[in-house]
Structure formats: structure tokens, C-alpha cells
Design a protein around this ligand. Structure first.
Ligand SMILES: [Zn+2]
Length: 352
């Protein structure tokens, strides 16, 4: 169980503080509101049948500030931050540079192209007040709290606010364009179900694909087992060292996990990131996504936490190139079985 405090930010943005302890600190001064920018909007790609989002205001985002100017660190008297408190456990706030917004004001038509307001909500999730931390370093209970926060946000945004698809994720590493080092992730709530999410959800209406995957997983691909969840390299990995976590029971999203499942996934999450960091002896750039059921697919969907690493060798990054972008076919130079063997050779508890 967690406690929860809502705080209104300049400009009306919401700040939500989640923790094991009640948060009752007095607010300090906060960063001023951004002047209203041109609203983001969507254009329809007529060949691929999917939306493309345009959000020009994001070019003005804070880019790799010094730790002393980090906007995600707790505020103090000398520095304004996003979170106007001297300490916190996990903080969630509406992004100052959102790619999806309430969609008020409409969109000007463009000849020959279907356009739409980019309706939705973009949130930032700060995992810790500690600038130097990360998912591999956080204590088990903080990882469990993070999974509970993901669940609370999926429930609030999909079930209460009525968004069609909610994606919690973490982009980690300068190599893939992260602009702030402070450990944080994001949540995008979409007013539509994006094409890939829809494909994955529909596949699970046809057949219990993830249940079968777990039941029939070859031992060679299993990384770690817990009472209620497991981590593994999927037999169809599209990235070298790709790592998935899943509860054993079919659970539609982090909002529906039991306490035991949450704790099992928390332990697996820390271990998975430490295995990836240990692989080449340096922090692994990755994209982590929490795949929860789109609205309407709660009765067939099996949630997964998917980590796609971008380092394929100690000095080589994985890029999407001609075949991936031109044909949609991923070329992977490490087989899932080799990847699992190498990840298993890393001791995830070394140095803890
Ligand atoms: Zn920081």
C-alpha cells in the first residue's frame, strides 16, 4: 500500500507524490509555467495506417544539464526544480513539454491529409530523489512502489479518465537521446490504441500467446524465476539481450497485480537491469516499456515488462537501419539462446 498527495503546480499542472510514508512537507518555489506553445497534433500516415505525432514545442526541452541544475532533483532554497519539495519517494507530474495534451482549440485542416488533435496526457515519473540512482540500484521496496505507481496511473488514466492505451516506459542513456540523467521514466496516455499495441492485443484475443510462451519457455531462455513471475529472453527477441518480465498468472496490467506478484516483478526488475549493466561493465542504454491491456482487452491480455537494450557489443550500438526501417524486418546478431547464456553468466548481486 502507498500514500498519495496531490499538489497543484504553476499553470495548473498536477504533481502527484507517492510513498510508503505520508508526505507533509511544505512546498518551496517551483519552476514557472511554460508559456503556451503551439498544440501538438496528429497526421494520418495513409500507407501505414497509423498516426504520426507532431510536437514542435519539445525542441525547447532542458538538455543534459549539470547535476547542480537538474530539474528533477528535490528543490532547495537556491534552485528551482520541477518538484518543489526538499524530498520525496516517487513523484509523478504532467510533462512541461507534452507531445499529447487535452486537445483543446482544435487543429487547422491540411489539404490532402487527415489531421487530429493529439489528445492524451504525458507524465514524468521520477523514481527517486537521488540523482545518481537507477532501477538497478534502487532498493527492492522502491521498485515495488514503482510498479504500484505504474498500476495506479494505468487505472487512473485508462479506467477513470477513459484513455484508450496507457504506456509507462523508461528511456535510459544518452546514447538513445535521454536529455536528463536523473532516474526517471514517463507515461503516455493515448486517446487511441496505437497500431502495434492493437496488434499485440488482438493476437491475444485469438490465442493466449503470452501464457503459452511462459508455459513452454525453454530453460535455456529463462533468466530468473520468482514465486509469481519470471524473466527471460523471448525466443523471438528483436534486440540483442532483449529481456522480458511477466507474472506467471495472466494479469492484464500492473493495476491488477497481487502483492506477491508485485514483489516478484520488483526483484526480477532490479536483477534484469543489473545483468544488462554487468554485461559490458557499463550502464546499458535501453528502452523499457510496461505493456498493459488497452481499454477493452482486459479479459485476454497478459502484461509484460519489456527491456530493449541498445548496446550489442562493448563499443557497438544497435541502430535501426535499412532492413529494419525499409522492410520492418529486424536483423539481430546475437541469438536469443546466446543472449540468455551471456546474461546468465553475469552475477546480478555482485557488488550489492
Ligand atoms: Zn537530479
Amino acid at each position: 500500500m502507498f500514500t498519495f498527495r496531490r499538489h497543484a503546480m504553476p499553470g495548473g499542472r498536477e504533481l502527484l507524490l507517492y510513498g510508503r510514508q505520508p508526505h507533509d512537507m511544505q512546498p518551496l518555489a517551483a519552476l514557472p509555467a511554460e508559456p503556451p506553445a503551439s498544440a501538438p497534433y496528429l497526421r494520418w500516415h495513409p500507407l501505414l495506417g497509423e498516426w504520426v505525432a507532431y510536437a514542435g514545442a519539445r525542441q525547447g526541452r532542458t538538455f543534459l544539464p549539470d547535476a547542480s541544475a537538474c530539474p528533477l532533483c528535490p528543490a532547495d532554497a537556491g534552485r528551482l526544480g520541477e518538484i518543489p519539495f526538499a524530498d520525496f519517494e516517487i513523484a509523478v507530474f504532467e510533462n512541461r513539454f507534452p507531445a499529447l495534451t487535452a486537445g483543446e482549440g482544435g487543429v487547422a485542416p491540411i489539404d490532402g491529409i487527415s489531421v487530429s488533435a493529439a489528445k492524451g496526457r504525458c507524465e514524468v515519473v521520477v523514481f527517486s530523489a537521488d540523482h545518481g540512482s537507477g532501477l538497478g540500484a534502487l532498493p527492492l521496496d522502491r521498485l515495488a512502489l514503482l510498479i504500484e505507481v505504474w498500476g495506479a496511473r494505468v487505472k487512473a488514466l485508462r479506467d477513470e479518465a477513459g484513455f484508450a492505451f496507457v504506456l509507462p516506459f523508461e528511456n535510459r542513456g544518452e546514447e538513445i537521446g535521454v536529455t536528463l540523467h536523473h532516474p526517471h521514466g514517463q507515461i503516455y496516455a493515448f486517446s487511441f490504441v496505437p497500431q502495434r499495441a492493437l496488434m499485440a492485443a488482438k493476437a491475444q484475443v485469438e490465442a493466449p500467446v503470452v501464457v503459452r510462451l511462459i508455459d513452454e519457455l525453454p530453460r535455456a531462455l529463462l533468466l530468473d524465476e520468482e514465486e509469481a513471475a519470471l524473466s527471460f529472453v523471448p525466443p523471438f527477441a528483436m534486440y540483442p539481450f532483449e529481456t522480458w518480465l511477466a507474472p506467471r498468472r495472466r494479469v492484464a496490467g500492473p493495476d491488477a497485480l497481487s502483492a506477491i506478484e508485485t514483489e516478484s516483478l520488483a526483484r526480477l526488475l532490479g536483477r534484469a537491469v543489473r545483468r544488462l549493466d554487468g554485461l559490458f561493465g557499463r550502464p546499458m542504454p535501453y528502452i523499457l516499456t510496461v505493456q498493459a491491456a488497452p481499454r477493452g482487452f482486459e479479459d485476454s491480455f497478459h502484461m509484460t515488462i519489456e527491456i530493449r537494450p541498445f548496446r550489442r557489443d562493448s563499443n557497438k550500438l544497435k541502430f535501426l537501419a535499412g532492413v529494419e526501417l525499409g522492410a520492418g524486418v529486424f536483423l539481430v546478431d546475437v541469438s536469443p539462446e546466446q543472449a540468455a547464456a551471456r546474461l546468465k553468466a553475469v552475477d546480478p548481486e555482485a557488488g550489492r
